[in-house]
Design a protein. Structure first.
Length: 477
């Protein structure tokens, strides 16, 4: 049977070395007694850590061997499996690679691979990783590239997986998560407690463009060229959807936030479904919470926030409203001129602090359209303020300590997606990108530990023995 390759690093622990690591550590400790302090303390630390890791590998291997079952027939989740082979295999633990002997079993059905009772009882992840090693590796790759994670592991020592294995692992685990996503998310949500101090829950969604490997980049460039337009802009980019559910106290201070990221899909359908379920769980615990929905002016956002969620205080992000005001004033007075900046500072404050602010802004823009009848831009921005006027009562909502900005979801777009997925030269496929978004979202929502317990459990199975089973070879003897 072919064995997995292991990156160079700490030596593998084998049965023949059993117990020797602890003896070496004891000798090291005894030799230090009565000696002067180490001249090179860093070298002392590295030496000590290496010996401690060898002891850890020794104990991990011994415990894995204890989980092995060597019998003619076993029941795995109630299905009989017969012994077919006994051989050694290498696993990557958090302390480094260990090599142990294990028994393989098979149902003898065509197309079914042999399985290891040891791996199923220990919860070995993807045939290679011990649970703790897999958890640490996924956590690292959620924050940094596989290459950076490989370098970090090498610097820390002991566990030294290859860049390719670090690249594969989150995709494999992400696939497992997606296969049971709805039940997993329901379980994770059930374990969350809405903060006691919370009086407001806010729901927001937005998006950020990320480079896609299968984003039709070449086709878009060719189409642009055929139309006689210059090839510019984010061809090959598609929008990752990000959503947040945040809780605020009576003073308007944010207490906690659940962050969700989903790879590009039509109208962010999965993201919207998850947001509705998150909100439903929160209101199920605390039905008295005041619901606020916050977003920019995109029609698709409000079709969901207004049409699919319970009645709420609908807030158009103040900073987007201010940007539209600035565009209108720029069309009237000249973009960036002293007059434009002065008027913007004045009217922006009116919009923010005056209870009748949006109506005064609309009247000001009506006046400007009469002064500049040829400016279609001013008319467009006037229509924008009229359309969203009921979502621009900023002074009233500030007095009630309600959120008026979508900064939380915009920050999620940056921290969930952009910081990890928009580095130089990166291009993403749906599977790999979703895995990163899933694990980053769980980490940033402080849900990773609970989610990992659910995911790790999928790699375990119940292994039991038949009673009174005699191997045929024993019977013949």
């Amino acid at each position: 049977m072919a064995k997995r390759s292991v990156a160079a690093g700490a030596p593998e622990r084998t049965t023949s070395t059993k117990g020797k690591a602890l003896d070496v550590l004891k000798t090291f400790i005894q030799e230090r007694e009565g000696k002067p302090p180490a001249g090179d303390f860093g070298a002392f630390e590295r030496d000590l850590r290496s010996k401690m890791a060898e002891v850890e590998r020794d104990l991990v291997a011994e415990e894995l061997e204890r989980l092995d079952v060597d019998a003619p027939v076993v029941l795995i989740d109630g299905v009989p499996h017969r012994r077919v082979l006994r051989c050694e295999e290498t696993y990557l633990s958090a302390a480094g690679p260990v090599r142990v002997e294990r028994t393989l079993y098979s149902t003898r059905r065509d197309g079914e691979r042999a399985v290891s009772a040891l791996e199923l009882r220990a919860g070995i992840v993807e045939k290679y990783w011990t649970p703790l090693a897999a958890e640490q590796a996924v956590f690292m790759v959620a924050h940094m590239t596989p290459q950076e994670s490989e370098a970090l592991c090498a610097k820390l020592g002991h566990m030294q997986p290859s860049k390719s294995s670090l690249d594969r692992l989150p995709k494999q685990l992400g696939g497992e998560w997606e296969a049971q996503r709805e039940s997993f998310e329901k379980t994770v949500r059930a374990g969350d407690i809405v903060p006691v101090e919370a009086v407001t829950v806010a729901v927001s969604l937005d998006g950020v463009l990320v480079p896609m490997r299968d984003g039709g980049r070449e086709e878009k460039r060719a189409r642009t060229s055929a139309e006689g337009r210059p090839a510019s802009g984010p061809a090959g980019y598609q929008e990752v959807g990000c959503g947040t559910v945040s809780f605020y106290d009576a003073a308007g201070e944010r207490l906690s936030t659940v962050k969700i990221g989903r790879m590009p899909e039509f109208k962010k359908s999965t993201l919207k479904k998850i947001l509705a379920e998150e909100l439903g769980a929160a209101l199920g615990q605390r039905p008295e919470l005041k619901l606020v929905t916050v977003a920019d002016g995109a029609n698709d956002n409000w079709d969901f926030l207004h049409g699919a969620l319970p009645p709420s205080v609908e807030v158009l992000d103040f900073y987007h409203a201010a940007e539209h005001l600035n565009v209108a004033l720029g069309a009237a007075y000249g973009e960036g001129t002293v007059k434009c900046r002065a008027q913007f500072d004045k009217l922006r404050l009116v919009l923010l602090e005056d209870p009748d602010g949006v109506e005064k802004i609309i009247r000001s823009l009506v006046h400007l359209t009469k002064q500049h009848p040829g400016s279609g831009r001013i008319g467009t921005e006037l229509a924008y303020f009229r359309k969203h006027r009921r979502r621009m009562r900023y002074a009233t909502w500030r007095a009630a300590c309600l959120p008026i900005g979508s900064g939380v979801v915009e920050a999620a777009c940056k921290t969930l997606a952009a910081q990890r997925m928009k580095r130089s030269g990166m291009r993403w496929r749906h599977e790999g990108g979703q895995a990163i978004l899933t694990f980053r979202g769980l980490i940033q929502s402080e849900r990773f530990d609970g989610a990992w317990a659910l995911l790790a459990a999928t790699y375990k199975a119940e292994v039991t023995l038949f009673e009174n089973v005699i191997a045929l070879s024993d019977y013949r003897r």
